[in-house]
Every structure is written in C-alpha cells, then in structure tokens.
Write a protein that binds this ligand. Structure first.
Ligand code: DAH
Length: 339
C-alpha cells in the first residue's frame, strides 16, 4: 500500500492536464484500479481480528489519500485551464439574438405609396411643415373668410406662418418650382388644432397627389387611383366618384372604395352602404393653376388627398388614432421589420 501511495504521488506530479488526472483516477480508483484491487486481493482469511482491523484502517487511509489528492489535482487543473480557454472562440456557439426596431405603420404605408407612385413616374416632394399662409390657403383658392383659417382650426406661428393644415399647400409650391407638365406626390405631417379622440388627432399624415399635363381628365384620375389602390390592398378594387366640394378642385369628388370587408353587400365597417369614403379629389381649379403660373387654357390636372393615417388604420385594423402618436413600444413592435 505504501508503494501504491508513492506511485500515485509520482503519477500526479507528472500529470499535465485534466485528462491525465482522469486517467490516474481510473488507474487507482476505477473498478479494476490499484486501490480497489489492493482490497480485493487481501487474504482476510489468514488474518487475525487485530490484523484485519489494522489492514482495513490502512486501506481506508489509502483510499482517502487517493480520493483527496486526485480531487485536489483535478481542481488545480481546472482553475489553470480557463486562462487558455478565455481567448478561444467557439464558432459553434449560437449567436446573441439582436433586437431590431420596427417601422411605424404610417411610415410603412407612406413607403408603399411612394414606391407605387414612383413606379407611375410621380416624383416625391415633401415641402415644409411650417408653411406660408399663402401656399396653405390663398394659393389653393381658400379665401380669407374661410372658416379653416380661424384660430380654433389652425396653429398660427407668431411670425405669421402656420403649421400646414393639409399637404395641398405643396400644389402651388411645386407648380412654381417645376412648372408643367408635373406629376408629384407630397406625403407629410399636417396639423390641426382639434380636440383628440379615437378618430381625431391634432397631428396626422396625408399624401397629396398632383398630375398636370395637356388633356388630363377625370378618366386619368380614376385610372391612377384604381391602380394605386389595387396595389395597396393587393386585389382588384372597385371605386366610384360622388360629387364633393373642395375650393381647389372643380369638379370635386369623393372617391369611394367598394367595401373590402363585405365586397359591397353591406356590413358594419361600411355602415351597410357597401362603400368606404376614401379619397377626396378632383380636377385642379383654374385659379390654382393660375397661382402656380400655369395657363389653364393649355394645361389641366387632377389632385387628390389621401389620409395616410387613415389608410394605415384601415390597412392594419387600428381602431384608435392616438396609438399612432403614443410611441408605445408594445404597439409599435407589432409591425413588420424591414431589413
Ligand atoms: N386638402 C384636403 C383636406 O385636407 C384634401 C383634399 C381634397 C385634397 C380634395 C385634394 C383634393 O387634392 O382634390 O381635407
């Protein structure tokens, strides 16, 4: 047993790695190990009671010594090892999941509209949110006694400017800048001094459209609207025009969309009418063309004003407009991530 002890000490001193130590453990304490065998091979029959006691004691000491010294050596090898491991890169480890933001539903709809209209040759122009009274009102044929100009509707700046109440403000801006022919959309944020509820916000998004060329008629307006709406809703849509009044168009229309939910049969979404009132539009009023420096005898055009916020609400089934400005991540994270 003394020999075994010495041999074990020598083996442990020579061990270089945790694997070496594991082999030593098997060599001494394994089922057929040297310590185990020492117990098995003892001839207990030939021993006196006293001898058995002494032998047993020594065997226990040996076992304890072997177990402890091997455990200590293994511990030492383990704490020495990390220095080597720390710098090692394990290429098989799964990566950390990365968190990516999502795009706002209005941004998604705006991006989609921009790409649809760019595909039809329209340019995208945004214009200023803080606008001159002239472009927002006078230039689009809204006279100074129009109720929209009153304090309760419009946010006026102390310098006489205002926060644009509609993206139509860009009509004459772009006519003056680019002249005719002109095909453009103006997506952007608009502001109205309104009390807020589930359907009203003081800050919302519109996308105005304008097309001016020779011989533009209502047929062009319908064709462009149908194409754009079919792409947005990813199906063939039916539209109809009803007369509507807006100072900057003549004739003016309300463009209705055949209800997407019931297909025209009548349902709660379309209030049983089979139609959804969607886009106000019309042929550009000659006065507006004149303000833009374009001769109404030579050119004509159509204009439309899409409620981008409303379109996003329809497309994604959002019931409260206030969710769109809240910045609540639980709401925002539900929209697709584009990478
Ligand atoms: N600017 C109008 C609004 O904010 C919407 C509108 C109506 C725009 C008719 C148009 C149009 O271009 O032709 O209520």
């Amino acid at each position: 047993m003394e020999e075994i002890k010495q041999q074990l000490a020598a083996d442990l001193a020579a061990a270089k790695s945790a694997a070496d130590i594991e082999n030593i453990r098997i060599k001494y304490l394994g089922k057929k190990g040297l310590v185990t065998n020492a117990a098995k091979s003892a001839n207990f029959g030939a021993m006196s009671v006293e001898e058995k006691k002494q032998f047993g004691q020594k065997l226990n000491d040996l076992k304890n010594f072997a177990t402890e010294s091997i455990a200590q050596a293994a511990e030492k090898a383990k704490s020495a090892a990390p220095a080597k491991k720390k710098n090692a890169i394990d290429l098989t480890m799964p990566g950390e999941p990365s968190t990516i933001g999502s795009l706002h539903p209005v941004t998604l709809v705006q991006m989609e509209l921009e790409s649809i209209f760019q595909g039809m040759g329209f340019m995208v122009y945004t214009g200023p949110e803080c606008e001159e009274e002239f472009f927002n009102f006078d230039a689009v044929n809204i006279p100074s006694d129009h109720p929209a100009r009153e304090m309760q509707d419009t946010y006026w700046m102390t310098n006489g400017r205002l926060m644009r109440t509609h993206t139509s403000a860009n009509q004459v801006r772009t006519m003056r800048k680019f002249g005719a022919p002109l095909k453009a959309i103006f997506p952007g944020r608009c502001f109205r001094n309104e009390a807020t509820d589930a359907c009203h916000e003081n800050t919302f998004y519109q996308c105005e459209g304008l097309m001016i060329d020779k011989n533009i008629s209502v047929a062009n307006l319908i064709a462009v609207m149908k194409t754009a709406l079919s792409e947005i809703f990813r199906r063939d849509v039916k539209v109809r025009l009803r007369p509507g009044f807006f100072p900057f168009v003549e004739p003016g229309f309300e463009l209705d969309l055949n209800c997407l939910i019931c297909g025209g049969e009548g349902c709660p979404t379309c209030k049983n009418s089979g139609w959804l009132e969607l886009i106000p539009c019309g042929l550009v009023h000659p006065n507006v063309l004149r303000f833009g420096g374009i001769d109404p005898e030579e050119y004509s055009g159509f204009a439309f004003g899409v409620g981008l916020t409303r379109l996003a609400m329809m497309k994604y089934g959002i019931r409260d407009i206030r969710l769109l400005n809240d910045g609540d991540c639980r709401f925002l994270q539900q929209f697709p991530v584009i990478v």
